[in-house]
Design a protein around this ligand. Structure first.
Ligand code: HEC
Length: 150
């Protein structure tokens, strides 16, 4: 009787703790997710740079790349929730210690990509080049503070 009770108790405790774990954040999943977001941004930035070099007859794609960059830049902040700061990550602890400043860096990047969209809408290659340089600066500004070299 006693043993049965104890077994039951342990079983429900195990259930409780596995529920608790399920509610906790899966840091590795967030790390993977944000790395993909970042890689995605890199690929669109490269697409723009390569088109601007003039070897591709794909000027019409500049606006699509610019919009994609702007979309992805709006997801950066959300990919660094509290508790996703351990594991195979290159994010520095400052991301969580100086969250407001980190979010500001993300906001600056969003503004730069918004300006890039405006430039791409104008179709002026020089403007697009300048706006892209500003985007690059705002990516680097955040990396300088918050990303460690692997
Ligand atoms: C608000 C800060 C911030 C901004 C803005 C930002 N990044 Fe990052 N980026 C990071 C952090 C932090 C990491 C490390 C993430 C990790 O390993 O968990 C990272 C990682 C990366 C990586 C490596 C991903 C991998 O596979 O490990 C690339 C590539 C990258 N960023 C490109 C960009 C580009 C391009 C931009 C601009 C369009 C950009 N980032 C803007 C913070 C930022």
């Amino acid at each position: 009787m006693m043993i049965k009770k104890i077994l039951l108790m342990t079983a429900s405790l195990t259930l409780l703790s596995s529920n608790a774990i399920a509610e906790e954040i899966d840091a590795e999943a967030y790390i993977k997710y944000r790395e993909h977001l970042m890689e995605n941004a890199k690929h669109h930035a490269k697409g723009i740079a390569n088109i601007l070099k003039g070897k591709l007859q794909l000027k019409d794609n500049l606006l699509h790349h610019a919009r994609a960059l702007h979309e992805v830049s709006q997801m950066f902040s959300s990919a660094f929730p509290e508790g996703s700061d351990f594991g195979e990550t290159s994010a520095k602890s400052g991301v969580w210690e100086n969250k407001a400043d980190f979010n500001k860096a993300a906001k600056n990047n969003q503004q730069a990509t918004a300006a890039l969209v405006t430039a791409a809408e104008s179709g002026d290659l020089k403007n697009i080049g300048n706006a892209m340089a500003e985007v690059g600066k705002s990516c680097k500004a955040c990396h300088k503070e918050y990303r460690s070299k692997k």
